[in-house]
Design a protein around this ligand. Structure first.
Ligand SMILES: [Fe+2]
Length: 624
């Protein structure tokens, strides 16, 4: 008997802990208004709901109606009919919430998004094809693992089209007549406000086509009012459908509520705490690196703002502190977040602007987000200028030959770097000479960024710099595999070239020194006659290790992770060295003049020995 009592006490304690952790996390998602009742009422309501799942050790389930289709108002509200950065961040944010729950509650958390476009699309003037395109793109916009999709056709037959689906919904679930809605608008302040909001919204979104556009504003307002009443009825039916089909799910909403329950208002963007949706707005990344939503026409009026494109379509606005950004075109190279190209769009007759015109903080933020940045159409006058520009982004690593490494094929190369051969994947300064080793800790000597400047371009299609997004490799591998990889340490051997380094061992998965994220630290073997690069591991039996290496090779060279940068004269590449791996494709004798200048950058705050300090200890035998 005593034993049973103690078990119950322990379990109750665990319930309480899970509930308090969930509520703490849930507060970060809640959008709170003036008269918020979450702490006084909603918390109790939510606790009851949580107990249902936790008692039976089931995943906590939530449901959010939303993500219907883009507003048709592409003039002043949104970029177009397809999802963009707003939807991408919102889904990532909601999925991350569920991931966090999994950390303290192993059964985890699932979110059903009920894509409710069909319920209202005819009223806002969006046709079925447009809505379907939005939905299909939405489901592929970013990889999520805890989000599930439902819509009206999950419960009713869609073979007779969207009108039939809506009729089914209304006939089975709507309990208010139009007359009752009209009475509520007259007598209930909250309903009147909802009605007025919907009416204004419909009027602004202009659901009319050219052929049925009512000329008189009065007629359009009246029509908007009629549609708003139908929307209230349909919303009533939808709420009842969801309560019946998802009776235990925690009900989230993108609309304002007092959070007393059962509906909880959430903000879908992590840094924009309002009830505001990506399908009625565009994203602006502000100069302090916060992403917020606003109407497109407002964003267009902001100073020093430039448009970022993805998949050849407008994706979001980026704001910085200099007007030069307004003259640049920004394009994400491999969506969702590998590489971004900044191209100066000046007139050919004008002199190229100096790359120093670009704000270094914005460049660093872009590099952290996208792993690498290509700058095209900017001017670098000399190696000294490159060092000056680089110094804004970090503290240049000073080799015995200086901060700039000139990389070009030699007649008699002493290793693959100074040849026309391919360079295997690696990260910079993985094999440091003793004078650059600092304390010997990875974060003390490993550059966070490095810059490559193309002084003379190779022939097209060869001598490309290969960049692998280690974050994508880890994402593709999945968390279970990454956990297993954390047990692996790889030993690397190479003859001493200009690196001057010694044999080194690195865990396959390390932590980013600044963000703390898992990072992939894998270097590719080479059996070049000029210089071999060998891998071994004591963590695994030889056969298993070879299998792992084959798997890592295939993963790194997967099309979703790899970009081969085709150089143009004057290109600058800024690469984040912890997230990314890089190498080079081979070249023919057409590329004998390829010349890149490289500067590696440590964070400014880390101490580094000066040239005069290390020259005393320099072992020249180790440096080719
Ligand atoms: Fe390198």
């Amino acid at each position: 008997m005593k034993l049973i009592t103690s078990k119950v006490q322990i379990e109750t304690k665990n319930y309480k802990l899970v509930i308090s952790q969930f509520i703490k996390l849930f507060r970060t998602l809640l959008a709170k208004g003036k008269n918020d009742s979450f702490e006084t009422k909603g918390k109790t309501f939510l606790t009851e709901q949580l107990m249902y799942f936790i008692r039976s050790d089931q995943p906590i389930e939530m449901i959010l109606p939303g993500f219907p289709c883009k507003s048709p108002n592409t003039n002043s509200k949104v970029f177009g009919y397809l999802p963009d950065r707003g939807e991408e961040i919102a889904l990532t944010n909601l999925d991350n919430f569920c991931k966090q729950v999994h950390k303290f509650y192993p059964p985890g958390c699932k979110l059903v998004i009920f894509s409710d476009g069909t319920t209202f699309s005819d009223l806002i003037g969006v046709d079925e094809e447009t809505q379907e395109k939005y939905n299909t793109t939405l489901k592929n916009i970013t990889k999520v693992s805890h989000i599930y999709w439902e819509s009206l056709d999950s419960f009713f037959s869609s073979s007779n089209g969207y009108d039939a689906l809506r009729e089914e919904l209304m006939s089975q679930y709507c309990s208010v007549t139009k007359q009752q809605v009209e009475l509520q608008i007259q007598n209930d302040e909250q309903i009147r406000q909802t009605y007025q909001g919907l009416k204004n919204f419909l009027f602004q979104d202009n659901p009319w086509t050219d052929s049925n556009f009512p000329q008189a504003k009065k007629t359009r307002l009246k029509q908007s009012g009629e549609f708003a009443k139908i929307m209230i009825q349909r919303n009533d039916a939808l709420t009842k459908l969801l309560s019946e089909k998802f009776p235990h799910h925690i009900r989230l909403s993108v609309h304002c509520h007092n959070n007393a329950g059962p509906k909880f208002a959430v903000h879908v963007l992590p840094n924009d705490y309002r009830c505001i949706t990506p399908w009625h707005n565009v994203v602006v990344k502000t100069s302090n690196n916060q992403e917020i939503l606003m109407k497109k026409e407002e964003a267009e009026k902001l100073p020093n703002t430039t448009l970022v494109k993805c998949h050849q379509q407008p994706w979001y606005f980026l704001q910085s502190s200099e007007d030069i950004w307004g003259k640049c075109e920004l394009e994400i190279i491999k969506p969702p977040r590998t590489g971004i190209r900044i191209t100066y769009q000046g007139n050919d007759n004008q002199t190229k602007p100096s790359c120093s015109c670009l704000n270094s903080e914005t460049l660093q933020n872009l590099c952290l987000e996208y792993g690498f940045v290509v700058l095209r159409g900017f001017n670098i006058e000399s190696k000294e200028h490159l060092v000056e520009f680089s110094s804004e982004l970090g503290k240049p690593v000073t080799w015995d030959f200086g901060p700039v490494h000139t990389i070009r094929p030699k007649k008699t190369p002493d290793g693959y770097i100074a040849s026309r051969e391919a360079v295997p994947l690696h990260w910079d300064l993985s094999m440091p000479p003793s004078y650059l080793e600092a304390s010997g800790c990875y974060e003390d000597f490993t550059p966070q960024f490095f810059i490559l400047y193309c002084h003379i371009a190779p022939a097209s299609g060869e001598g490309q710099t290969t960049v692998v997004d280690g974050r994508k490799v880890l994402e593709n591998a999945g968390s279970a595999k990454v956990e297993a990889w954390k047990q692996v340490v790889i030993d690397y051997f190479t003859k001493f070239t200009y690196y001057g380094g010694k044999q080194r061992s690195y865990p396959l998965i390390m932590q980013h020194p600044i963000t703390g994220e898992d990072i992939l630290r894998y270097q590719e073997a080479s059996n070049s006659n000029l210089q071999t690069f060998e891998l071994d591991s004591k963590s695994l039996p030889q056969e298993d290790f070879q299998q792992l290496v084959a798997e890592l090779q295939a993963s790194a060279y997967d099309d979703s992770c790899l970009i081969c940068h085709d150089w143009q004269q004057g290109d600058l590449l800024l690469i984040e060295n912890h997230y990314m791996l890089h190498g080079r494709t081979s070249a023919s004798d057409l590329t004998d003049d390829r010349e890149l200048w490289r500067v590696q950058l440590l964070p400014h705050s880390l101490p580094q020995k000066s040239v005069s300090d290390f020259s005393k200890n320099l072992d020249y035998k180790e440096v080719a």
